[in-house]
Design a protein around this ligand. Structure first.
Ligand SMILES: *Cc1c(COP(=O)(O)O)cnc(C)c1O
Length: 231
């Protein structure tokens, strides 16, 4: 059995080292535990070890876990592609959505966010390498989308989320993260609520932290290799 507590401790050490190396303040990078495909009991172990923020990609699976762990004070982030028919449940059960890429989706989330809950935190997912098959808005369309989201009063514009092309080429990896960071700092100058640059996963978190990530999304590095296919 894997020791989630040990994994989390060693992950926090790695994050702290990367922060130091990048001459960034300690704890300037948040850890989102990506728990897709893993059962609620494993998430509970992580929560008992101090983990609060969890990221899920698949709505039905996420709703089961959110219900099973309702006795804990956790923060749920939706990080998967969003179709229109999913927005209502997302607006009702999550506190963050990191994968908003179209205005229509943002408008639906805004309308469907219950009045009893605080405004929904939103990151725009940017298709930073302009990959044909990848979800996300293009860098060219970003300004317009961000401006429209900023006007929706049940959403809080928090920042950007990127998933660069998988590559072993460090320079290419750095370049994608750098471009994302440039987009982020430019938007930060215009919108005071923007504070989150969500980038970096198990394989590329060091590079992402070096390039200014404020939130890494780690699955494998906490829970181990996923066996069930993701979906
Ligand atoms: C699965 C997933 C992750 C985590 O990936 P690992 O390589 O397991 O750390 C991060 N972000 C998104 C959007 C994901 O879908």
């Amino acid at each position: 059995m894997i020791d989630i507590k040990k994994r989390l401790q060693s992950l926090h050490n790695t994050i702290n080292q990367a922060e130091t190396q990048a001459q960034r303040p300690q704890n300037s990078v948040q850890l989102l535990a990506v728990s897709k495909t893993w059962p609620a009991e494993l998430l509970r172990q992580a929560a008992n070890a101090g983990q609060i923020c969890f990221g899920e990609n698949y709505l039905q699976e996420a709703l089961i876990k959110i219900k099973a762990l309702a006795d804990l004070d956790l923060q749920w982030h939706f990080i998967g592609p969003i179709q229109s028919n999913k927005t209502k449940d997302i607006a009702q059960h999550f506190s963050w959505v990191q994968s908003v890429a179209r205005i229509k989706i943002a408008q639906r989330l805004n309308k469907q966010r219950p009045d009893t809950l605080p405004a929904l935190n939103v990151c725009v997912q940017v298709n930073i390498d302009d990959e044909k098959t990848k979800f996300g808005t293009s860098a060219a369309e970003l300004d317009l989308l961000v401006d429209e989201i900023d006007q929706l009063d049940r959403l809080v514009l928090r920042g950007l989320m990127v998933i660069p092309t998988k590559t072993d080429n460090i320079e290419q990896q750095h370049s994608a993260f750098q471009r994302a960071h440039q987009l982020f700092t430019k938007l930060q100058d215009q919108y005071p609520t923007i504070d989150t640059l969500s980038m970096g996963m198990t394989a590329d978190m060091n590079s992402a932290i070096t390039q200014g990530s404020t939130m890494i999304r780690v699955g494998t590095g906490i829970f181990g290799q996923r066996h069930t296919p993701a979906e």
